[in-house]
Design a protein around this ligand. Sequence first.
Ligand SMILES: [Zn+2]
Length: 319
Amino acid sequence: MKTLKTIKTVKGPISPDQLGFCDLHEHLWKSGGMEVFKDADFGIENIEKSRAELERYRQAGGRGIVDMQPIGVGRGINQLKEIADGVDVHLIAVTGFHREAMYDKAHFVYKYSLDQIVELVVAEVEKGIEVNDYCGPFVEHSGILPGVVKAGTGYYKISPLEEKLLKVAGKVSAKTGIPVMTHTQIGTMGLEQVEILKAQGVPAEKICIGHLDRNADLTYHRMVLREGVYVQYDCVARVKYHPVSDTMELIRELSKEGYADRIMIGGDWGRASYLKSYGGSPGLEFIPRQLPGLMREYGISEEVIQRIFIDNPKEFLAF
Ligand SMILES: [Zn+2]
């Protein structure tokens, strides 16, 4: 008997049709870890404020959202559950790892073998996210299942550790069906990530290459899309990198070429100063409030808008 596919949210599995408008890359809780240690603005550590931010997202039309904080960099599964409580949004948590620069040399990722780490991550997929990110001697699975497995690489570089953790993500996905979403540094090494993940047995439709719009280059994105995988645009209004118009033009052009079924969007507003409830801007509401309208102004069809925000996330996240 074939079991029905579901999307795993912090409140439990849902049917893919329930998901709705989805932002694939956000951060609602980030406490401790290398990034926050280096720059306190990366800390997103107030449950009430994060819940208020999520509610603002809902009021703007957002229905599903992925918190992309993986193991050992400040993830908090109990806090995510509390944030989601009382807000009518499907919040999805992740397992897996970030790029090497996010881990202190004392972390277990350097010490355990590939197979050992696969075992730890599969346990999260099957029994729920470990409440202390496997950083203590006791292991306690929360029962809250991750919806995505993450892996990351550096700028034009995949270190031995990153290759190991990419293989972990690939092996866990091949074994359990969980989709893989990656971090690329400035949009580089996407093709190499695809090659490593496919070699572990991950089908193209369960791979999404993240942050590709940090390098808003049509040519490179086409090369990645030809592999059959998803590309994620998740710095859509980070003007220190590029203007929103770049993302609009990429979507318009690539959807004309038939790639609308492989593009997804995230905000990755991973600093307190980007979140309205923390006193910043433009907030999680920016994407649902502004992007569909801007896309229409660029002549992007309703069908493509629906594809990118609703159908693609629903198909990619279901397993
Ligand atoms: Zn992020």
